[in-house]
Design a protein around this ligand. Sequence first.
Ligand code: ADP
Length: 219
Amino acid sequence: SHELRTPLTVLAGYLEAFLANAESLSPRWLRALQQMDAQTGRMNNLVNDLLLLSRLENENVQQEPQRINVNALLGQIRNEAIAVGLEKHHDITLECDATVSLMGLESNLRSAFSNLVTNAVKYTPAHGRIRIRWWADDKHAYFSVSDNGIGIDAHHIPRLTERFYRADAARSTATGGTGLGLAIVKHVLLQHHAHLDISSTPGKGSTFTCVFPAAIVVR
Ligand code: ADP
């Protein structure tokens, strides 16, 4: 982790210093440095996602599950989503059964839930609607994110959780995606004996639902 992160930290640091003196740079150099800065940011996201994936794959299940306050967690994730997509003015709602909580690994679940919400923000045009829900019945607990964004063609759906798989590479790169988000979601869910359901209609929107077994649900 240190070996991968340090060079990027150094690059990002110097780029920030150069860009802070933008007035002394010619337009040509300014453009070049801005692109270097954007690509360093992308590489940083990629390294973070790859490190998380490799940690998930190597993690032995010895970590103790904790009782997670899903209501509080989702409140934070919703606020982050509003901050990330500020200029898109999404209507982001949260419906949460606060009496339902979960035994699990909180930081991993935070990454999974946050990836799904961030995807909804990325793939939903301005003024779209994003609905985050958490509820349970006798057999399962459910976390779902619905959006009325661009949607996904049916033939892509079975492959979406593969590493680096993208339904639309150009659009995904433009939104700063790494192509690793749903692979991370899949691993975190496997770790919790849960699974991901995806339903989507191109041009209408998508719903991603994480389905957890009753065994780890606490009321
Ligand atoms: P990325 O970093 O490219 O977003 P992900 O693994 O998170 O990678 O998602 C894989 C692909 O699934 C994306 O590139 C995108 O094509 C598609 N996708 C994911 N979430 C959504 C969504 N809410 N609406 C439309 N397409 C989505």
